[in-house]
Design a protein around this ligand. Structure first.
Ligand SMILES: Cc1ncc(COP(=O)(O)O)c(C=O)c1O
Length: 385
């Protein structure tokens, strides 16, 4: 069998063995409902609150500011809808960027259909949002600004601290939300230092389990009740908590935060990948040269049509790559991120993303670099035949 090489870690990561072991007892022995009064419940409740303290510590937040959710999509939805609900009486304007994940963009579409005015900032050609463009867009009726910390398609990292400063200098009551789903676990995050009000993260992007995330919320009256029912998560999000998942999220974040130096190794592999792949003519790196996620490199490939063909061919050779967003991975449509960055429809359809984790090796990167020119040549020949 061909050796398989997993390079789609921005879509999801394998659970680390330490995370798996930390979660295990919460499926079988400590299985109580955290809201129950008896000792089973108390044990589970204790685990939840320990996890909350740990996540808070990793983010420089208070435990009371951490809410557990089912993942990045829910955290984003909760954050945006909550601000619309609680601030809609004094303003209707929301500012975001054209390169956000659909968890934000589709939610904004919905809010726009409910009468909110949404402005999407255009990025630079490198996928960066300038504080000046945000400053120009802000108005006294802006209730919310939502900007992602790191982009899931091209890996560009925004200067969140500078953007937060612009928001707060304009008006302190404007809420600043950050989708940190791709950043958490890879970049240091201190919510106080950054000056953000709301921040979303998702465990499965940093070797935690799928289906669990967190929302940091600084403002005492936020987040507004999102799911009604039994009143879990201090009344904000009803539903029996996913104790094993939450324990896994906390463990995965602790592991990531205590090993930030490992991201240098990711960056070394990423740079070898970039140097190797761009040796093929007509293959270009997208996103900024420097301010990029340590494990992510995206390319546009000329003359192949949709990148889906190349992703399929790579898959036949055992390499898992993607076109950018996992939710639209099989789509032949041009990436909305690359279109916003000014790429033509054709190039934006040929985008190819590789995302590296701490489990990848230099040998794997070399194997990909060696096979890549042949695959591109094969596809270009097919397209021209
Ligand atoms: C930037 C960003 N936001 C939100 C999400 C959604 O996260 P989840 O898969 O946990 O719902 C993703 C997932 O790819 C993402 O990359």
């Amino acid at each position: 069998m061909t050796q398989r090489i997993y390079l789609d870690n921005a879509a999801t990561t394998p659970v680390s063995s330490a995370v798996f072991e930390a979660m295990r007892p919460y499926f079988t022995e400590i299985f109580g409902n955290p809201s129950a009064i008896h000792s089973y419940g108390q044990e589970a409740h204790k685990a939840l609150e320990t996890a909350r303290r740990s996540v808070a510590k990793c983010l420089g937040a208070l435990s009371s500011e951490i809410f557990f959710t089912s993942g990045g999509t829910e955290s984003d939805n909760w954050a945006l809808r909550s601000v619309a609900e609680t601030c809609g009486s004094w303003g209707r304007r929301i500012i975001s960027s054209a390169i956000e994940h659909n968890a934000v963009l589709k939610t904004l579409e919905k809010l726009s259909s409910q009468g909110f005015e949404v402005t999407l900032l255009k990025p630079t050609q490198d996928g960066l949002i300038s504080p000046e463009s945000l400053k120009r867009a802000l108005s006294p009726d802006t209730i919310l600004v939502s900007i992602m910390m790191a982009n899931n398609v091209v890996g560009s990292i925004q200067d969140i601290k500078a953007l937060a400063k612009v928001v707060k200098e304009s008006q302190s009551r404007t809420v600043f939300h950050v989708d940190a789903v791709q950043a958490a676990g890879y970049l240091p995050i201190n919510v106080r230092d950054l000056g953000v009000d709301l921040l979303s993260l998702s465990a499965h992007k940093f070797h935690g389990p799928k289906g669990v995330g967190a929302l940091f919320a600084k403002i005492p009256r936020l987040p507004a009740s999102y799911m009604t029912g039994g009143g879990q998560e201090r009344g904000g999000r009803s539903g029996t908590e996913n104790t094993p998942g939450i324990v896994g999220l906390a463990k995965a974040l602790e592991e990531a935060v205590s090993g930030f130096e490992r991201t240098n190794e990711l960056a070394t592999l990423r740079d070898e990948l970039i140097a190797g792949l761009t040796r093929t003519p007509g293959v270009f790196l997208t996103g900024p040269k420097n301010n990029r996620l340590p494990g992510l490199a995206s390319f546009v490939v000329e003359g192949i049509g949709s990148s889906v063909y190349l992703i399929n061919l790579l898959n036949e050779r055992g390499v898992a790559a993607s076109s950018g967003a996992a939710c639209s991975a099989s789509s032949r449509e041009a990436s909305h991120v690359l279109r916003a960055m000014g790429y033509s429809e054709e190039l934006a359809s040929g985008t190819l993303r590789f995302s590296i984790s701490r489990y990848n090796t230099a040998q794997e990167i070399k194997a990909l670099v060696d096979m890549f020119p042949g695959l591109v040549k094969e596809l270009r020949a097919q397209k021209n035949s």
